[in-house]
Design a protein around this ligand. Structure first.
Ligand code: ADP
Ligand code: MG
Length: 395
């Protein structure tokens, strides 16, 4: 089991604390869209502030090529102030004289937000100089960005080479919830996978299949699986170059653990107001494309979820953004929320779907980490966690 120091192991009062949060939220017209990651990150920042730390928050946002004002964290700082009700000072850079000047007069309880870490070319390269500069801002490092812990960047891993580094409460909660599924999931262990692409999820399918009792597959990705089984899928999403691998997985000894939809909601075109028809998965029309699992499949998936001991869900069952293709995701989400099982959800769109149904509060753990969560469940060691473990072993 992962061992690391936590906030309980350090005295932050009067100290400068660098917190790496995951504030990588979608922006809409220059303002914060879905603020789930900000809301999830704030309790750690507030706790440090209340404990009398000088709090310096770092995060990346999007994929800027160098310094690009479109990817400034300024809207995030504004949104943090609205949610938190205390001042958050947006700094003009990640390090350097301007940042030093702003921090020089800081008092315990002050909260600062550095500019997008990816404005620095050294961030993704885990450049030692950038890591040292970041570490030079603070006495302690708190890694709370579970969603970035699978990346060995300067602000997630490099900085931990220099100053005492601990796990933040959000990261610790993520590791506890996902760790329970990884180590000893209450049985039956059911994994529900959906979303757009098989290529995103084939790795997790392969490594989870030996560990689960059932794997329920919907979403755009199920059509490549159906095609690999020889069904005609019309104009539905198909990743042809994945068909061989997927076919092997289905035909393997444990392939019978995979459940595919038996009925499909087919649209006559890819549009919100398309005509929707339910057809058997064995009899999809040549023209038209599958945009949701059908009602029988949704009920069958819902039953498996209701009877499970633990359920991990990643990826919507259909194009839930459009009303005519929402039902499969809603039925599965409702069963997931109502199930007495240990329930863990991950993935930006899956979490957005849960929230749109008002079910977010009914889940055992809603993970902020999409890719990081999947890698963790696959049993990969995440570089961010490895960097923290060193401090626990040295202590
Ligand atoms: P998550 O963010 O939860 O990991 P993904 O990003 O993998 O999920 O996939 C979500 C997207 O998949 C949604 O935008 C949804 O509209 C799309 N999607 C789901 N089913 C289909 C389908 N049958 N055809 C096309 N797109 C789909
Ligand atoms: Mg997504």
């Amino acid at each position: 089991m992962t061992a690391f120091l936590t906030l309980d192991d350090i005295d932050v009062s009067g100290a400068r604390v660098l917190v790496r949060s995951d504030l990588n939220v979608p922006l809409e017209d220059g303002a914060v869209g879905d603020d789930f990651r900000i809301r999830s990150s704030l309790p750690t920042i507030t706790r440090l502030r209340n404990d009398g730390a000088i709090v310096i928050v770092a995060s990346h946002l999007g994929r800027p090529e160098g310094r690009d004002p479109q990817f400034s964290l300024a809207p995030v700082a504004e949104h943090m102030v609205e949610l938190a009700g205390y001042p958050v000072t947006q700094l003009p850079g990640v390090y350097g004289p301007e940042v030093d000047n702003a921090l020089a007069g800081a008092e315990p309880g002050d909260v600062f937000l550095l500019e997008n870490t990816r404005f620095e070319p050294g961030e993704k390269k885990n450049d030692p100089e950038l890591a040292a500069a970041l570490a030079g801002l603070a006495d302690y490092f708190v890694l709370d960005a579970f969603g970035s812990a699978h990346r060995a960047h300067a602000s997630t891993v490099g900085v931990a080479d220099h100053i005492t580094s601990v796990a933040g409460p959000l990261l610790a909660a993520e590791v506890a919830a996902l760790g329970a599924l990884l180590e000893d999931p209450p049985r039956p262990y059911v994994v529900v996978l959906g979303g757009a692409k098989v290529s995103d999820k084939l790795g997790v399918m392969k490594s989870l299949l030996p560990k689960v009792d059932a794997m329920l597959v919907g979403g755009g990705m199920c059509f490549t699986l159906l095609a690999a089984q020889g069904y005609k899928i019309g104009e539905s999403l198909l990743e042809e170059d994945m068909m061989d691998e997927v076919g092997e997985l289905l035909a393997s000894e444990r392939g019978s653990r995979i459940s595919l939809p038996t009925d499909i909601v087919v649209a006559d075109r890819f549009a919100e107001d398309a005509t929707a028809t339910v057809v058997p998965a064995t009899d999809m029309p040549a023209e038209g494309l599958g945009l949701d699992i059908g009602p029988d499949s949704a009920e069958q998936f819902a039953r498996a979820i209701a009877e499970a001991g633990s359920v991990f869900w990643n990826g919507p069952m259909g194009v839930f953004e459009w009303e005519s293709f929402r039902a499969g995701t809603e039925t599965v989400a409702t069963a997931f929320a109502a199930s007495p099982a240990l329930t863990v959800a991950g993935g930006g769109d899956s979490v957005a779907a849960l929230r749109s149904f008002g079910l977010e509060g009914e889940i055992s753990h809603v993970s902020t980490g999409g890719g990081a969560g999947l890698e963790f469940l696959e049993g990969d060691s995440l570089p961010g966690l490895v960097a923290l473990e060193r401090w626990a072993n040295d202590a």
